[in-house]
Design a protein around this ligand. Structure first.
Ligand code: NAD
Ligand code: G6P
Ligand code: MN
Length: 440
């Protein structure tokens, strides 16, 4: 079987060890000949990489492993780029979340003003990766999960139309795993779903088992009471995520014919979200105090002991959809997956040039989107507004336009008025001086 060369861009990410363990666990279906890490923060990456080097030496000494901050070394001779960068890292995420909250507005990584600010930082970083890939390994594919995926996807569609990049998200996979638990199936792959929307902004319209039995009635009844909190409590879910899964109960009530993506709570219940946020301590603080500390201290322990048993790193099971995607392209499997792709008529009554998240068949030439058909006024109205926000952010980045960014913030359903939008924008401009293009 062919063996592949992969570079993980954002080698210093807290998710890198979990993805390495997941790649190792899936070697039978996606064999590796080489694995490289690339990051623009050499010191951060080194800790993760030195620990992964030990794990790889124990489990797969045949895989040629290296890490670098040099783009040419990183991007030469690769078949896949798996990208998960965070431009500005957690200190900037913290600002994205706290600045809007100071103005009484949702402070979130990918939704509302925080997502817009992060988008203005991410676009340049991801385009840079695309350019390195096109220069050094023009036949490679980039599987990108750098956020905010919706804005990044619109930017790559518009500014790098020829690029072999696929933008993906793990949220629907995570929710489907919960749905499977709710209806008593072994895993999400035992379900056949129909879903449409934007990234972090979508709805399931049909969920069946493999015999075609409709699972929606059972799900509807359960979710109306418990949201996506599954019957068996799992200790893994942190309290703040558990709140989000529970709140899906109210989100679902808006359209009981469908099952919602959890991120819709930020758009449909922004007042509730703000009332339940602590402006002094947001998700970025939780992640810095928990996941980041845990992953880096486990890596340090492994390095010090020289063996993987010295530190606890968890396999990122649900990231195996990344392997599903890579194998679909590598072996032309025609797997059915949710991807963020240009609409091009798949949703009949929606803009052709909107980036939508819909089921696609994936093969060696990339995704073939499936037809969705007409969507109702409620979803169409929400999606049109949000797509316009995402397009205005890319306009603003491209044209260095303060005006367009003010319009984007004003149009976001999370922001109550143009004056609040302006006040938030002025604070965000100040905070992002080192990252955003200078706006006029
Ligand atoms: P992190 O800060 O731990 O890791 C990001 C890494 O990217 C850092 O090591 C940083 O130095 C590096 N980086 C930043 N800018 C770079 C650039 N221009 N070039 C190269 N490297 C750069 O963040 P994390 O919490 O582990 O998340 C990583 C990314 O994955 C984020 O964008 C996050 O939103 C995303 N993510 C997406 C999904 C999804 O569903 N699509 C799921 C989980 C995480
Ligand atoms: C989900 C989303 C990602 C997002 C992540 C944030 O997995 O799909 O897009 O980055 O949650 O998780 P965190 O633990 O960093 O808040
Ligand atoms: Mn996501």
């Amino acid at each position: 079987m062919k063996k592949f060369s992969v570079v993980i861009a954002g080698g210093g990410s807290t998710f890198t060890p979990g993805i390495v363990l997941m790649l190792l666990a899936n070697r039978d279906r996606f064999p590796l000949r080489a694995l490289k890490f690339y990051d623009n923060d050499g010191a951060r990456q080194e800790t993760i990489a030195e620990a992964c080097k030990i794990i790889l030496r124990e489990q797969a000494p045949d895989i040629d492993f290296s890490y670098t901050t040099d783009p040419k070394t990183a991007f030469s001779d690769v078949d896949f780029v798996m990208a998960h960068i965070r431009v500005g890292k957690y200190p900037m995420r913290e600002k994205d979340e706290k600045i809007p909250l100071r103005h009484g507005v949702v402070g979130q990584e990918t939704c509302g003003p925080g997502g817009i600010a992060y988008g203005m930082r991410s676009i340049g970083g991801v385009l840079e990766l695309v350019d390195y890939m096109q220069q050094y390994s023009p036949n490679a594919w980039m599987l990108n999960y750098s956020n905010p995926a919706a804005i990044v996807a619109e930017a790559t569609r518009r500014l790098r139309p020829q690029a072999k990049i696929l933008n993906i998200c793990d949220m629907p996979i995570g929710i489907e795993g919960r749905m499977a638990q709710i209806v008593g199936l072994p895993d999400r792959k035992a379900m056949r779903v129909r879903y449409y929307g934007l990234n972090h902004f979508g709805w399931w319209t049909s969920i069946e088992d493999q015999n075609g039995n409709d699972l929606m009635p059972k799900l509807r009844e359960y979710v109306a009471k418990n949201g996506y909190v599954p019957p068996a409590k799992d200790e893994h879910t942190e309290a703040s995520w558990n709140d989000t899964f529970a709140k899906a109960k109210d989100v679902q009530a808006l359209d009981p014919d469908t099952m919602p993506n959890t991120y819709l709570k930020y758009y449909l219940f922004p007042d509730y979200v703000v009332a339940h946020s602590n402006p002094e301590r947001t998700r970025a603080n939780e992640v810095m105090d928990h996941r980041e500390k845990q992953v880096f201290s486990a890596c340090r322990a492994i390095i010090e002991a020289g063996k993987s048993s010295a530190g606890e790193l968890e396999i990122d099971e649900h990231a195996s959809y990344i392997v599903d995607l890579a194998t679909a392209i590598a072996f032309n499997t025609q797997a059915r997956m949710l991807l963020i792709v240009p609409n091009n008529g798949a949703i009949h009554n929606f803009d052709a040039d909107a980036m939508v998240e819909i089921p696609c068949l994936v093969g060696k030439n990339g995704p073939e989107p499936l037809t969705v058909g007409d969507i109702p006024h409620f979803q169409k109205g929400l999606m049109s507004q949000q797509v316009a926000v995402e397009k205005l952010v890319v306009d603003a980045w491209e044209q260095h336009s303060y005006q367009k960014l003010w319009q984007a913030l004003t149009l976001s359903k999370t922001v109550p008025s143009a004056s609040v939008a302006k006040a938030i924008l002025d604070d965000l401009v100040e905070a992002n001086r080192d990252y955003w293009p200078e706006l006029h």
